[in-house]
Design a protein around this ligand. Sequence first.
Ligand code: FAD
Length: 463
Amino acid sequence: MSKEIKTQVVVLGAGPGGYSAAFRAADLGLDVTLVEARSTLGGVCLNVGCIPSKALLHVAKVIDDAKEMASHGVTFGAPEIDLDKIRAWKDKVVGQLTKGLDGMAKMRKVNVVNGYGKFTGANTLQVGDTTITFEHAVIAAGSEPVSLPFIPKDDDRIIDSTGALELKDIPGEMLVLGGGIIGLEMGTVYRALGSKVSVVEFADQLVPAADADIVKAYTKFNSKNFTIMLSTKVVGVEAKKDGLYVTFEGKNAPEKAVRYDKILVAVGRKPNGNLLDAAKAGVNVDERGFINVDKQLRTNVKHIHAIGDVIGQPMLAHKAVHEGHVAAEVISGMKHYCDPRGIPSVAYTDPEMAWVGVTEKEAKEQGINYEAATFPWAASGRAIASARTEGFTKLIFDKESHRIIGGAIVGINAGEMLGEIGLAIEMGADAEDIALTVHAHPTLNESIGLAAEIYEGSITDLP
Ligand code: FAD
């Protein structure tokens, strides 16, 4: 039987962007309907993205740390891998968080409608038999993995990030196609579990968005862990009974086809904007599926907002959350807008790579008059005591004002450390503010204060 719902705010998609918008709008006293096609809330991030990947990366870290301890006098036996138990642990983590969201939605009386929603007009959406009439809408439809036309379909040896997280088996030889964050994180997991992992990347460095010096330190550390083929592309995949035969072209291409047991395709994500019949609501969607918005996250149709992956790069959960809050606040009548000075990016690899604000690459492109100061972890007591000195901390300052405009870290725990730099950028701190902040000793965070001191000229005697 058909059903009709009238709501002040409908949110399409319950990922980090969508649930944040819905919860904030409900907290502000609005009547909210949240539409989600999946059976659980949380979107890509909680179900098949950030959270399950970090649960598996935790497993990988423990394995790697245990192995590494052998050189400091503690030897554990070879790890016994029980894939069913690892999968169950990952699913438990995901279940705990998605159930938590159910509770938070109920507590706020957010009406959750399960099904795939499409616009039928400027104020109406259809979800199965249910017609929803709304005053305001927030499109938070997210993104999905890009597939490549020349890669065979329906072969379960060829997987995307969702398939990799299912952890069906540990392949002997695995090719990660695409050296971005997602590919490297999943490669880290499979390598720790026992696969021989090769990574092929079309660009001349892994993680092309990050500064070259950061990536260089990561790549050097991992040269023993992965076979890395830069400036190289896959041009063909032949699926045979005994394996997948891959042909490469480019600077580091093997001469003959190489056999792999599994291929993880991690060449980026595409927005879901083209799947919503947005034109029926008058909302413009570009040819790639992105929806253009202003600083208040409004589309070209004033009462319809869009947030998260569907509005563009960087496709990150915390960006979607921030935008979700702003969109809800604007709908409730607040004069807020979205203009962060920096959105942190973190590759939870080993070592981690993290950056926020302006990268050196961007500063050069934008003609910003900047200076960078770097503190090498070879001089950090905590890094030495942790036997992880490959990292460094870099701060980027505006040359005239000495205000911090960016920062990047490569090393263990870089993602956790980055918060201090993000806050400093947002607060408009200058080098002296950071240098005069007393950092606890011995911490890796000290390297942030020390990089600022180097910039100020108070440290000159580094190794
Ligand atoms: P999504 O999370 O994509 O959610 C959109 C939701 O909308 C989906 O649940 C979808 O089912 C639903 N939907 C779409 N269309 C409709 C419709 N018409 N009707 C009803 N429902 C609909 N980001 C980080 O910040 N940190 C990380 O560590 C990180 N790790 C990642 C690891 C992996 C393997 C992947 C794939 C991604 C990772 N990301 C990470 C990216 C992060 O998951 C996304 O940026 C984030 O989920 C985007 O949030 P969103 O709300 O825009 O959309």
